[in-house]
Design a binder for this molecule. Structure first.
Ligand code: NAD
Ligand code: UD1
Length: 337
């Protein structure tokens, strides 16, 4: 099968490209490199010993997308492309709505024109807002209490996909709601590259461990959790990538029972910030200086997935122990310097 990966040079797309190729698929990557670099494509080629057709273009560029579909026999698309920084989305809402929504619309229109009817979409647990009860299942309410434009774009694109699937009976959609993806490829050749000072926990933690940052600020220890720090469901990046292979397989093998299916991708286990720091220290033997500071605005107390549907329907489970994921994140940081 030939799979188009929009945003395939990014963190999740690059790991997914490797898993797809290693499962026998061909991939085509389209990425405007607004948050990645062509070096990533070379690294994927190194790891997989293949040559990857790469198109440097914005998905909103209709002519460029048209050319890809006209020249390549695309069987399915995984749509990773989009802006993802929560804080930046508050400062630049129009850019976020434009990039994330328009790229999705142009992609869906072009797919329809070329009779490509299978799409996997990168959504986020952020669509659940502040959970009413845990763990979160795919039936938990969405769209309430989303605190930023980035999260709104994910919710809106899910709606667009639902409406498009109703209107076009040929369209088959798989929405993947990622919890907190972390870690790096075990080769340490690809991983997460934060843009400036990291806003997310793991890159900040590894940059502190290596000495780029003086100390990690732990945003609050007064939550209603066992140790007072907030709880998340941290999912290994390669485990996450493998789930995409299963989602594509299900669409291509026409196993989907609904035109649109939704899957939570998480481990099902909540881990607190303090527990995560301890696990990192034990796994790597490296100390992480940290200080408890006030809560971060917009943060949720605790969230974790019920991944039972993905386990059962996709035949997928998160299997990498957290300590191994954190060792991979550390190896990647050491390689970066
Ligand atoms: P990333 O920024 O590393 O990758 C996104 C890629 O898309 C980048 O390579 C960027 O250059 C490219 N891109 C952005 N806009 C584009 C456009 N208009 N045309 C072409 N390329 C474009 O982000 P990621 O962490 O790999 O995330 C991938 C997807 O998963 C995103 O949609 C993101 O919102 C979603 N997601 C990520 C997380 C996470 O924690 N990383 C969590 C939930 C959902
Ligand atoms: C955030 C976004 C989510 C996005 C994800 C990955 C919100 C509400 N959610 O999730 O949409 O998909 O990033 O990009 O913004 N922490 C610290 N110190 C730090 C950094 C983080 O203590 O320096 C804590 C946070 O309080 C949180 C946990 O670490 O409890 C994880 O934070 P982070 O990695 O930013 O992810 P989320 O906030 O869960």
């Amino acid at each position: 099968m030939k799979i188009l990966l929009t945003g395939g040079a990014g963190y999740i797309g690059s790991h997914t490209a490797i898993e797809l190729i290693q499962s026998g698929h061909n991939v085509v990557i389209m990425d405007d490199l607004s948050n990645s670099s062509a070096e990533v494509i070379r690294r994927i080629e190194d790891i997989t010993k293949t040559t990857i057709p790469f198109v440097k273009a914005d998905v909103r560029d209709k002519a460029a997308l048209e050319e890809v579909f006209a020249n390549q026999q695309i069987d399915a698309v995984i749509h990773f492309a989009g802006f993802k920084a929560v804080g930046e989305s508050v400062a630049k809402p129009l850019e976020y709505y434009d990039n994330n929504l328009v790229s999705s619309l142009v992609l869906l229109e072009t797919m329809q024109k070329h009779h490509v009817n299978k799409i996997v979409f990168s959504s986020s647990a952020t669509v659940y807002g502040n959970p009413e009860s845990l763990p979160l299942t795919e039936e938990s309410p969405t769209g309430q209490g989303i605190t930023n434009p980035y999260g709104q774009t994910k919710f809106m694109i899910e709606q667009i996909l639902q409406d498009a699937a109703v209107a076009n009976p040929e369209l088959e959609v798989s929405i993947l709601r990622y919890f907190n993806p972390i870690g790096a490829h075990p080769t340490a050749l690809i991983g997460e590259v934060p843009n400036g000072a990291p806003a997310n926990l793991i890159p900040y933690l590894t940059q502190t461990a290596i000495g780029i940052r003086e100390q990690l600020a732990v945003f609050g220890d007064d939550y209603n959790t066992p140790d007072g720090s907030p709880i998340r469901d941290y999912i290994d990046i390669v485990d996450l990538a493998r789930a995409h292979v299963e989602a594509v397989r299900r669409l291509v093998e026409r196993q989907a029972t609904e035109p649109l299916e939704v899957f939570n991708l998480g481990t099902g286990r909540g881990v607190s910030v303090l527990e995560l720091i301890r696990t990192f220290e034990e796994a790597t033997g490296v100390r992480v200086p940290y200080q408890i500071v006030g809560r971060r605005e917009g943060d949720i107390e605790q969230v974790w997935a019920d991944p039972a549907r993905a386990n059962r329907v996709l035949g997928w489970t998160a299997r990498t122990p957290l300590s191994e994921t954190l060792r991979n994140a550390w190896k990647w940081q050491q390689r970066q310097g």
